[in-house]
Design a protein around this ligand. Structure first.
Ligand SMILES: [Mg+2]
Length: 220
């Protein structure tokens, strides 16, 4: 594991599925709020949780294709004092349950509580772990046993794409859901040599975009 992400600081939580094979073909790193689930402004109550239409199908397709899937989420609501890690864990458990009903599962997850205006000791380490820093993404690809160049990020914020670029990922699919519409120009501006930013209206379109690049099989 890269030295910078080998030691998790307080304010970062992660988990890895017990049955994760040591090496995956490629990986999907998925932002949670506004991407996998509907944007709910600091989601922390299970009753407010809504999976986006198409989320479970995409995760299941990635599972079936032998890709590793990780959720990679900024949760500054914690350092803002709006909710605690217990509420975060309850949301994650409910996401697992709903994905499981559709035959889909997440292999790894990582989140951080930080925000530059609300974290008591904001510094270099916290900036590494909060997107647009690459720390969570580097941890996730390492946990999944995938080279960064074989991994794609999905997200609604330009900071999702920025973190993906900083981590050396192949690219980011940028969604219009969540905050995506307003973030689109900044996200697209990050595309460049060796880093693709693919615009999509919603997570429903992601399968076809990744199939075009040979990451997922074409749907029959
Ligand atoms: Mg988001």
């Amino acid at each position: 594991m890269p030295a910078a992400v080998a030691k998790l600081p307080p304010g970062v939580r992660c988990s890895i599925s017990a049955d994760l094979p040591s090496r995956r073909r490629a990986a999907l790193l998925i932002d949670r709020d506004g991407t996998l689930v509907r944007e709910m402004h600091y989601l922390h109550r299970v009753r407010d949780l809504r999976l986006q239409v198409g989320s479970a199908a995409l995760v299941r397709a990635a599972n079936d294709a032998g890709l590793g899937v990780a959720l990679v989420s900024n949760q500054s609501g914690i350092d803002r004092g709006m909710f605690g890690w217990d509420a975060y864990a309850a949301i994650e458990a409910e996401i697992d349950r709903r994905l499981g009903r559709a035959g889909a599962h997440v292999d790894a997850r990582v989140a951080n509580a930080y925000h530059p205006d609300h974290t008591l000791r904001w510094g270099r380490v916290q900036a590494l772990w909060r997107k647009p820093g690459p720390g969570m993404l580097l941890w996730a690809v390492e946990a999944l046993g995938v080279a960064p160049r074989r991994a794609w990020m999905l997200g609604d914020m330009a900071s999702d794409a920025e973190a993906a670029k900083a981590a050396g990922l192949a690219g980011c699919v940028h969604l219009s859901t969540g905050h995506g519409r307003a973030q689109r120009p900044a996200a697209l501006a990050l595309a460049g040599k060796g880093f693709a930013v693919l615009p999509a209206a919603s997570i429903v379109e992601v399968h076809a975009l990744l199939a075009e690049r040979g990451i997922l099989p074409t749907r029959g």
